[in-house]
Design a protein around this ligand. Structure first.
Ligand code: HEC
Ligand code: HEC
Ligand code: HEC
Ligand code: HEC
Length: 489
């Protein structure tokens, strides 16, 4: 959610670079990070999802595929969001159980300059969809819906784009089966940026998960409707690059030597003849491409770039406004939830001896030097940082700003437990790095506590998204507690 204002900023910037018509598309899995969310998490996540739709409206998106995760709050929630969206939600294969009629638009035709672009959406199909259990909806395999749809669009459109929430293997199969789907934008989670790859006549493109990057593609689309023989275009670019280098080297030698010396310099002579050869090859290739273009057979071309949505980028002010309003709303929801949980048994249980973590005050009794050191680190005030932003009830923030988890050990499987933690756990305490220490505090056995935290512990919170510059070897120096006498010695 936080990255949206950066995304909006980058979008405006990219659009400003070219005086060209553009489409803004998303492959889906937009609203939620998982397919299944616990009811407590879902209440906050739905508020954030509404904010995402508002932001996409402002950013002027054209179409978004319905991803599997977009259904995490159920079908009717997504239908409500679609009703308030200025862009089209697309799914050709999410259909009504009884009559197999699509529940969202299967496709849409958009104008980009003088091109008619057909855009299709697909929701990941793997035979079942748990979040739809209670809804009158089913998913169909792409084999069943695409042939007719693509044939219909082909007659009306110059270019066909598929926004696919399917997995990469299925997308490759689709590319092999339809040479008239020209671009496939993928949205499967857990993967990195993938530079567009040509399969059959489809460019398969994918931007890394969860809004860390914005991918853009500059497409020159010719009548051939094919990317085939793109090699010629690449050759041309490479030869031009080589020529630039040669010209540079020639002029450096020419500045150094007089004509007599040049005449005797054999490597100079060699460079000059390479220059001549490259020049004629470039002219030949350019003519070839020109002719093909005239005949409507030139391969279409693209340039592609991934733009990082860096934390240090400026925010687009209108989207930033939406984001901060949503964060306040989420926090208020969390505050209400906390008021409820603290009255129920699960809330008060947390306050009892059952708690897995002892809390830093217990450790402080015997480890004075380390405690004093730790209190000066930002870990000790991490929860206060949330309070400072009025975000201490946001379940999207809490897991990384409190003492509630160590490796696989969690304070509770119910995330809402984080809303009513006792104050002694409202910081990144000793046990986040050293593990639960109740047994150790009772037995004083060194073996009952872990001395040095490993990198995996830090990376749970110091993710590339939150702390791009994290460097274990350097950063552990900054927070490693000093050796020191224990007060019980
Ligand atoms: C009652 C005193 C006492 C309390 C309370 C206590 N410790 Fe210790 N701690 C010790 C002693 C004594 C040792 C040294 C044990 C040894 O060297 O055999 C020790 C050792 C350690 C070590 C080093 C282990 C090693 O392998 O060298 C760590 C880390 C540690 N404690 C963390 C904690 C944390 C975290 C807490 C709070 C959950 C805590 N301690 C609570 C007395 C205490
Ligand atoms: C539970 C999440 C969490 C874990 C685990 C964690 N950190 Fe942090 N760390 C944070 C947060 C949050 C902050 C910023 C706190 C603030 O400013 O409010 C931070 C701040 C820091 C800082 C800057 C603090 C300063 O005082 O200079 C360093 C360095 C750091 N962490 C290193 C580490 C290392 C090394 C590890 C692993 C041994 C680690 N952290 C484990 C969440 C975590
Ligand atoms: C995945 C773990 C994680 C989550 C989730 C997370 N944070 Fe943090 N946060 C960190 C880490 C790590 C740092 C320290 C970064 C650094 O040292 O550069 C940090 C630092 C901070 C800081 C202090 C530094 C600053 O930027 O001023 C604030 C405030 C903060 N986070 C607020 C939030 C809020 C609000 C949320 C929820 C919307 C949130 N965090 C969610 C890990 C997290
Ligand atoms: C962000 C992670 C982190 C937190 C939080 C943290 N420590 Fe440590 N602690 C370390 C690291 C790293 C070392 C150094 C281990 C090594 O190099 O062997 C260390 C070392 C220690 C040692 C062994 C010191 C010795 O004699 O060499 C003790 C005891 C200890 N910590 C206690 C605490 C206590 C008590 C707290 C809370 C008040 C705390 N730690 C909080 C990371 C942490």
């Amino acid at each position: 959610m936080g990255g949206l204002s950066k995304k909006a900023y980058q979008l405006e910037k990219i659009r400003g670079l070219h005086e060209l018509p553009y489409l803004t598309l998303d492959g889906g899995n937009l609203l939620f990070k998982q397919e299944r969310l616990s009811p407590g998490l879902l209440r906050q996540a739905k508020i954030a999802a509404e904010g995402i739709v508002d932001s996409y409206n402002l950013m002027g998106y054209d179409a978004v595929a319905v991803g599997r995760y977009d259904l995490a709050a159920g079908l009717s929630f997504l239908q409500e969001q679609a009703a308030g969206s200025k862009f089209t939600w697309l799914s050709a294969n999410l259909v009504n159980k009884s009559d197999e009629k699509p529940l969202f638009s299967p496709s849409v035709i958009q104008k980009a300059g003088n091109l008619s672009v057909g855009i299709i959406g697909l929701t990941e199909y793997d035979g079942s969809l748990r979040s739809l259990e209670n809804d009158a909806a089913v998913l169909l395999p792409w084999q069943k819906v695409l042939p007719e749809l693509v044939a219909d669009l082909e007659a009306k459109c110059d270019l066909i784009i598929l926004l696919s929430n399917n997995n990469p293997k299925q997308n490759e199969e689709i590319a092999e089966s339809f040479s008239n789907i020209h671009i496939i934008i993928q949205s499967t989670p857990h993967s990195r940026n993938i530079a567009p790859q040509l399969k059959n006549n489809s460019l398969l493109a994918k931007t890394g998960k969860q809004g860390k990057y914005l991918g853009w593609m500059l497409v020159s689309w010719y009548k051939s409707k094919t990317w085939g023989r793109a090699g010629a275009v690449k050759d041309l670019a490479l030869k031009k690059q080589e020529l630039d280098g040669i010209i540079g080297r020639i002029s450096r030698i020419e500045r150094r030597e007089n004509e007599e010396e040049l005449a005797k310099n054999s490597s100079y002579q060699k460079l000059v003849s390479t220059r001549e050869r490259l020049l004629s090859e470039i002219i030949f290739l350019e003519n070839e491409l020109y002719d093909l273009r005239e005949e409507g057979q030139a391969p279409s071309t693209f340039e592609n770039q991934f733009v990082a949505l860096d934390i240090n980028l400026p925010d687009q002010p209108d989207v930033e406004k939406i984001v901060s309003a949503v964060k306040q709303k989420v926090n208020q929801e969390g505050r209400n939830q906390a008021a409820v949980t603290s009255q129920t048994s699960s809330g008060s249980e947390l306050m009892t001896e059952e708690l897995v973590f002892a809390g830093w005050l217990v450790c402080a009794e015997c480890h004075k030097a380390q405690t004093e050191f730790w209190q000066r680190t930002d870990h000790a005030s991490a929860y206060q940082s949330l309070v400072g932003q009025d975000q201490q009830f946001n379940l999207d923030c809490l897991p990384c700003h409190v003492t509630a988890e160590y490796k696989e050990i969690k304070i509770s499987d119910d995330e809402t437990a984080l809303l009513s933690l006792p104050t002694k756990l409202q910081q990144i305490g000793c046990e986040v790095c050293h593990g639960p220490g109740k047994n150790h505090a009772a037995s004083l056995e060194a073996s009952a506590i872990s001395r040095k935290p490993d990198i995996a512990i830090c990376l749970r919170c110091h993710t590339s998204e939150r702390d791009e510059k994290f460097n274990f070897d350097n950063d552990i120096e900054k927070i490693a507690c000093p050796a020191g006498r224990r007060s019980n010695e």
